[in-house]
Design a protein around this ligand. Sequence first.
Ligand SMILES: C[S@@+](CC[C@H](N)C(=O)[O-])C[C@H]1O[C@@H](n2cnc3c(N)ncnc32)[C@H](O)[C@@H]1O
Length: 243
Amino acid sequence: MTSDNWAERRVAFGPAAQDYVAGRPSYPLDALRWALPAGAHSVLDLAAGTGKVTERLLELGLEVHAVEPLAEMRAAIPAAADRLDGTAEAIPLPDASVDAVTVGQAFHWFDPPAALAEMRRVLRPGGTIGLFWNLLDDSEPWVREFTEVIAAEERASEIAPEPQPVWTGVDGLSEPERALFRHEETYDADRLVAYTVSRSQAILLPDAERAAITERVRAITPGGEFALPLVCEAWRGVRTARP
Ligand SMILES: C[S@@+](CC[C@H](N)C(=O)[O-])C[C@H]1O[C@@H](n2cnc3c(N)ncnc32)[C@H](O)[C@@H]1O
């Protein structure tokens, strides 16, 4: 995350919670299954937002604690989850209480040393951390144009073949492994506009600039219903016995 206004952007999502629900894609079940330990029962979905990852974990039959600091986002999380106010740096759960911690599209907003120490604290030994980012597959020309119009950071073409690990040398955590999962979701122009205006960069723009971007987005959509191609970049690591 190279943006100068990072501190402002990480807390910007609240007013766009409904656009977030409508516009953002979900996550592929294969990616979640890959990141969870065998026999998982209880999972913390950290920075749960409106519950996009939480919903998938509930579909897998898991008990979900969904931690999210912004009340407007938290209100949209399914009531079947245990919805909690909190942050990655101060997780409101006891030590060694969950089998996995998932984070969708949010690890880049955390203070990594503090957040990783907290994730390790709440995980049982053998439990896992799964970090997920949905990236737009901009190998398709209209998607590339879309990423340019919205100045997207979440571009599949930016995935490095040999990326820097999301963490390294953290006591009590294995070195993380990465996997990529291609998927797609059905969109129309309204849903793509909702995606556009749910992004922290767009939320902070003056109304007229945001309106100009949404007009450009409408102009480049393929029309009718279409598939938005995505790549989910996933990382997983295991909580080891020490410290
Ligand atoms: C892009 S949204 C992702 C939401 C959800 N995980 C998803 O995949 O749709 C980022 C979320 O991270 C939350 N967030 C930002 N900083 C955080 C922090 N330090 N601890 C916990 N959550 C944080 C924001 O409130 C926001 O809901």
